[in-house]
Write a protein that binds this ligand. Structure first.
Ligand code: SME
Length: 153
C-alpha cells in the first residue's frame, strides 16, 4: 500500500490546484484513494444538502453506482456519522443493524466527517470488499484528508 503520508500530500496538491472546480477536485481525490489503496473499493463524498432538512446528498464518487443518493441524518453508517460528527469505522457490516447495503460485496466501511469551523458539512465514505481491512493508519490519513478537503467545500 502506498504511504498514507504521501496520500495526504497528493490530496493537498489536488485541493490547491488552480485548474478544476470543486466537484472535479473531489472526484480526483476519490480516484486517487480508490487507485492507490487496494482495499478501498468504493470512495465517495456525501454533502449536507442545504435545501433539505438534515439530509445528505451524494457527490462525486468512484465505484459502482449506488441507490443511496440521498441519506437522512441518522440512517445507515453515513447518516449516523452525520449525527455524531465523528469518524465511524465498521470492520464487519453484518454486525451493524443500522446499515444501508450498497452491494453484497461490501464487507467493511469507514465514514470520515468533513467539518468547517467544527460544523459537519460533508463526509468521505469508503467501502471495502475485505472484512477487517481498515487500519488506524487509514483512519488517521482520511481524517487529515477530511480537514484538507474542508478548504474547498
Ligand atoms: N453503506 C452506507 C450507504 C452508502 S454506500 O456505502 C455508498 C450506509 O450504511 O450509510
Amino acid at each position: 500500500m502506498q504511504d498514507t503520508k504521501d496520500l495526504v500530500s497528493q490530496v493537498k496538491k489536488i485541493v490547491n490546484a488552480t485548474a478544476g472546480n470543486r466537484d472535479e477536485k473531489l472526484y480526483r481525490i476519490c480516484k486517487l484513494l480508490a487507485d492507490e489503496v487496494p482495499v478501498f473499493d468504493w470512495v465517495g463524498f456525501y454533502l449536507v444538502d442545504p435545501e433539505a432538512d438534515r439530509e445528505l446528498v451524494l457527490g462525486p464518487y468512484v465505484g459502482e453506482p449506488t441507490d443511496h443518493t440521498r441519506i437522512p441524518f441518522g440512517k445507515g453508517i453515513c447518516g449516523q456519522a452525520a449525527e455524531t460528527n465523528e469518524t465511524f469505522v465498521v470492520q464487519d457490516v453484518t454486525e451493524e443493524d443500522n446499515y444501508l447495503a450498497c452491494s453484497v460485496d461490501v464487507k467493511a466501511e469507514i465514514v470520515v466527517p468533513v467539518k468547517r469551523d467544527g460544523e459537519f458539512i460533508a463526509e468521505l465514505d469508503i467501502d471495502s470488499h475485505t472484512k477487517n481491512s481498515l487500519t488506524p493508519e487509514h483512519q488517521s490519513a482520511l481524517e487529515k484528508i477530511g480537514a484538507v478537503v474542508a478548504e474547498i467545500m
